[in-house]
Design a protein around this ligand. Structure first.
Ligand SMILES: *Cc1c(COP(=O)(O)O)cnc(C)c1O
Length: 417
C-alpha cells in the first residue's frame, strides 16, 4: 500500500501495521478536543525535522568538543538551538541535550547536590512532579526529600510554609514549578527563601515554558540558579528537555548531562527544537501564548457560572483543576465520559484529596492544544457546556455519542497543523 499523503510512503511500504496505527492516532488527534494540559500539536516543520537523517548521527560531547568525527552539521544545528534558546529566554547558558523533562531534572540534582542530601519540592498530591522528590521516583530514593504544599483554603502556595519547612530541613536544592498548579508562581519569593537557607533554586518550567518565553508568565531565568523544562508542552517543540543556568553552573550542568547521565544527544530532536525556538521567537507566538491564558480564563468563568468548584477558584495560566465531586461524579467517571464524547483530559487529584489517585476528585484541563488549532473564547464556552452535559450523563451512551458528533463537527472547523 502507498500513503495518500506521501510523507509516510516508506512506512506504508515497509510496515502496514505501524502505518495504520500512526494514521489512526493522527485522526484521533484531529477529531477530538485535546485538553490534556501537557500536550500540544507541533508544526509540520518540527515533525519533519524529527523524522530527518540527523537521527543517524552519534555526537557525544558538545559543539567543538565531540568524540567522533563528522560533526560539521551537528555542531551547526546544536549551536543554532543553543543560541536561539539563549535569545528566547535571556539565559546565560543553555543545554539542549536532555532527552526529556525527567532526565533534565535528574541532571539538575546531579549538578547541584550529592546522593543523600536534603532536597525540597512541591508534593505530588498538590500539583508537583514525580521528579520533585516523590517516593516512587529516583528523586525520592536517592535524596532525603521533603515537601511543601498549598494552603487549604486558597489552594495557593503558602510561601511562609515553604520558608518554615526550608529552615527546618535545610535543603541543598529547592525545586519550584509544577504539573498541576493553576496559578502564577512567585519565583522571586522562592529565590529569597533559597538564599536565606543556603539552597540552590531549580525552577522547573516544564508546563509553562511557552508562557514564560512569550512573557505571559514571569520568568525564573533571572533569579533561579538552574531552570529546567520540557520542550513539548506549551513551548510546542519536539519531545525533549532543556536546562538553562547562570554561567557559574554551566560546566557542572553540561557534565551532568554528558558524560554523567546520558550518551549521544538526539540530534533530530535538537534540530526540531532549533525550529521550535525560531517559531517561539516570532511575534505571533506571543499572541498564541496570550490566547492560551485567555482561553483558560474563559473556561474557568464558564465552569464557575455552571457551579463547578475550581481549585483556587480559577486560573492564571494554561490549566484548571475542576473538582467534580460536587456534581456527584469522580475524576475517573468524568474523564471517561468526556473521552467517550470526544473530549480528552485526565483525572487528577485536587489538594487535600480524600479519594485515591486512581479515581481522584478532579479533572485537569489545559488549553495549549485547542489554542494551537485556533479556537477562542466562544469555543471554550461550548466545550465547557459539552463537558457539563457529558458529566451529567456519564452513563447515557446516546447523549455521549451525540456530543461526540458535535465535537467532530467543531474539530472540522479548526484543522490541526
Ligand atoms: C512534564 C513534566 C516533567 C517531565 O517531563 P517528561 O518529558 O515527561 O519527562 C518534569 N517536570 C514537570 C513539572 C512536568 O510537568
Amino acid at each position: 500500500m502507498t500513503d495518500p499523503h506521501h510523507e509516510l510512503d516508506a512506512v506504508a511500504q515497509t510496515d502496514q501495521d505501524v502505518y495504520d496505527i500512526i494514521r489512526a492516532e493522527e485522526e484521533r488527534q484531529a477529531n477530538t478536543i485535546r485538553l490534556i494540559a501537557s500536550e500540544n500539536y507541533t508544526s509540520r516543520a518540527v515533525l519533519q525535522a524529527t523524522g530527518s537523517v540527523l537521527t543517524n548521527k552519534y555526537s557525544e560531547g558538545y559543539p567543538g568538543r565531540r568524540y567522533y568525527e563528522g560533526q560539521d552539521f551537528t555542531d551547526a544545528v546544536e549551536n543554532l538551538a543553543r543560541d536561539r534558546g539563549k535569545e528566547l529566554f535571556g539565559a546565560e547558558h543553555v543545554n539542549v541535550q536532555p532527552y526529556s523533562g525527567s532526565p533534565a531534572n535528574l541532571a539538575a540534582y546531579y549538578a547541584l547536590c550529592d546522593v543523600g542530601d536534603s532536597v525540597l519540592g512541591m508534593g505530588l498530591p498538590f500539583g508537583g512532579h514525580l521528579t520533585h522528590g516523590w517516593k516512587v521516583n529516583f528523586s525520592g530514593r536517592f535524596y532525603d526529600a521533603h515537601h511543601y504544599g498549598v494552603d487549604k483554603e486558597t489552594h495557593l502556595i503558602d510561601y511562609d510554609e515553604v520558608r518554615r519547612v526550608a529552615k527546618e530541613v535545610k535543603p541543598k536544592v529547592i525545586f519550584c514549578g509544577a504539573s498541576a498548579y493553576p496559578r502564577t508562581i512567585d519565583f522571586e519569593r522562592f529565590a529569597e527563601i533559597a538564599e536565606e537557607v543556603g539552597a540552590k533554586l531549580v525552577a522547573d518550567i516544564a508546563h509553562i515554558s511557552g508562557l514564560v518565553a512569550a512573557g505571559v508568565h514571569p520568568s525564573p531565568v533571572p533569579v533561579a540558579d538552574v531552570v529546567s523544562s520540557t520542550t513539548h508542552k506549551t513551548l510546542r517543540g519536539p519531545r525533549g528537555g532543556l536546562l538553562m543556568c547562570k554561567e557559574e553552573y554551566a560546566k557542572d550542568i553540561d557534565r551532568a548531562v554528558f558524560p554523567a547521565l546520558q550518551g549521544g544527544p538526539h540530534m533530530h530532536a535538537i534540530a526540531a527544537l532549533a525550529i521550535a525556538f525560531k517559531e517561539a521567537l516570532q511575534p505571533d507566538f506571543k499572541d498564541y501564548a496570550a490566547q492560551i491564558v485567555s482561553n483558560a480564563r474563559a473556561m474557568a468563568d464558564a465552569f464557575n457560572e455552571r457551579g463547578f468548584d475550581l481549585v483556587s477558584g480559577g486560573t492564571d495560566n494554561h490549566l484548571l483543576l475542576v473538582d467534580v465531586t460536587g456534581r456527584g461524579s469522580t475524576g475517573k467517571i468524568a474523564s471517561t465520559a468526556m473521552a467517550k464524547a470526544g473530549i480528552v483530559c485526565n483525572a487528577n487529584s485536587i489538594p487535600f484529596d480524600e479519594r485515591s489517585p486512581f479515581d481522584p476528585s478532579g479533572i485537569r484541563i489545559g488549553t495549549p492544544s485547542v489554542t494551537t488549532r485556533g479556537m477562542k473564547e466562544d469555543e471554550m464556552r461550548q466545550i465547557v457546556a459539552w463537558t457539563d452535559e457529558a458529566i451529567a450523563n456519564a452513563d447515557d451512551d446516546a447523549v455521549l455519542e451525540r456530543i461526540r458528533g458535535e465535537v467532530e463537527e467543531l474539530c472540522g472547523e479548526f484543522p490541526v497543523p
